[in-house]
Write a protein that binds this ligand. Structure first.
Ligand code: GH3
Ligand code: MG
Ligand code: MG
Ligand code: MG
Length: 312
């Protein structure tokens, strides 16, 4: 939390922010009835930097999917209990796995059988024994494509932060977990002050730069596990996990002071900006909606009392 950030660094690091792909290793689930074969394929993929989960019984595949949440599924076609084809069509019936890439491993070269597997929702075939580079590149290509698609759907393209709907989804999930673990969380709602006049005076591009810079500040100074979303145009919602509202207010206040000191440049002019914030806490506020409402009311008071302040 106390990582110091020089204002200039904030301005220069924008490229990093707008890259939607994260550096988390790709996750692959290998389903094969033969443990040695699964282990060999896992080894090849792990050597290429991926995280692999092996499953030897198709019946375990669905549960394992939910726990492991892979970016790709590598399935052996011929398994005694249930064929890879059957498994693929069961998985494809679950809405959350509609887009999950599935690659078939098979010694089958019969094109008719391959076609019927394709109909079950399989994306690609790899013939056994695999050529290691072929396996790795086929897996990588499709898993990365899914990552990109997912991030396009959940991230705001200008700042790389979560967009409105994924912010709400993630917060709701965090609250459900919060009930199970009996933990407290705080929500902060941040809104840039007099932003219309920034646009009017310095232009829309300068306004964008301010938004990107604030996003960058939030991303570098908050924890990886905190949920940071661009909720609206110049409005941000943050879920600070495991902290009280007092602690959250202190933290957001240090960010407020840092942001106030950033000097922006536009067409020869120099200017600075401020933000106001409202903070609410869970489980005092028991739902995403009531947290948001309470933070919004606090934000309203912060604006009303003169802006550039954090109110709980
Ligand atoms: P207040 O202190 O009360 O928040 O005043 P404000 O001027 O910031 O008021 P308000 O929140 O209503 O205005 C937000 C403005 O932000 C209006 C809109 O034109 C501008 N805006 C929204 N999204 C963007 C964006 O992506 N880029 C730029 N440059 N401006 C944006
Ligand atoms: Mg087999
Ligand atoms: Mg606003
Ligand atoms: Mg505003």
């Amino acid at each position: 939390f106390t990582k110091p950030v020089k204002p200039l660094d904030l301005m220069l690091a924008v490229d990093e922010l707008t890259t939607p792909l994260d550096d988390e290793p790709l996750r692959v689930m290998v389903v094969d009835d033969e443990p040695e074969v699964a282990a060999y394929h896992a080894l090849l993929l792990e050597a290429a930097g991926m995280v692999v989960q092996q499953v030897n019984h198709p019946a375990e595949a669905l549960n394992a999917l939910e726990r492991f949440s892979p970016d790709l599924l590598l399935v052996d076609v011929y398994m005694p209990v249930c064929s890879g084809e059957e498994l693929a069509s069961i998985i494809r019936q679950q809405p959350e796995y509609v887009g999950l890439p599935i690659i078939y491993l098979s010694s089958e070269t019969d094109s008719q059988k391959q076609l019927s597997a394709m109909t079950a929702g399989v994306e690609a075939f790899i013939t056994k024994p695999v050529v290691p580079e072929e396996l790795v590149s086929a897996v990588k290509l499709r898993a990365e494509r899914l990552r990109l698609l997912r991030s396009l759907m959940t991230r705001d393209s200008m700042t790389g932060l979560y967009n409105h709907s994924s912010t709400t989804d993630l917060i709701s999930k965090a609250l459900a977990q919060g009930y199970r673990d009996n933990t407290q969380h705080a929500m902060a709602m941040i809104d840039i002050d007099h932003f219309k006049s920034v646009n009017d005076t310095h232009g829309h591009l300068a306004g964008d730069q301010v938004i990107i810079t604030l996003a960058r500040l939030l991303k570098t100074r908050l924890r990886m596990t905190d949920i940071i979303g661009r909720y609206g145009g110049e409005e941000f919602v943050i879920l600070l996990k495991g902290v009280s509202d007092e602690r959250a207010s202190e933290l957001i206040d240090t960010l407020r002071i840092d942001f106030e000191q950033v000097e922006f440049h536009a067409g020869g002019a120099r200017f600075s900006c401020t933000f106001s914030a409202g903070v609410s806490s869970f489980p005092t506020q028991p739902s995403t909606e009531s947290l948001r409402l309470s933070a919004d009311q606090a934000l309203y008071r912060a604006k009303h009392q003169g802006r550039n302040q954090v109110v709980t």
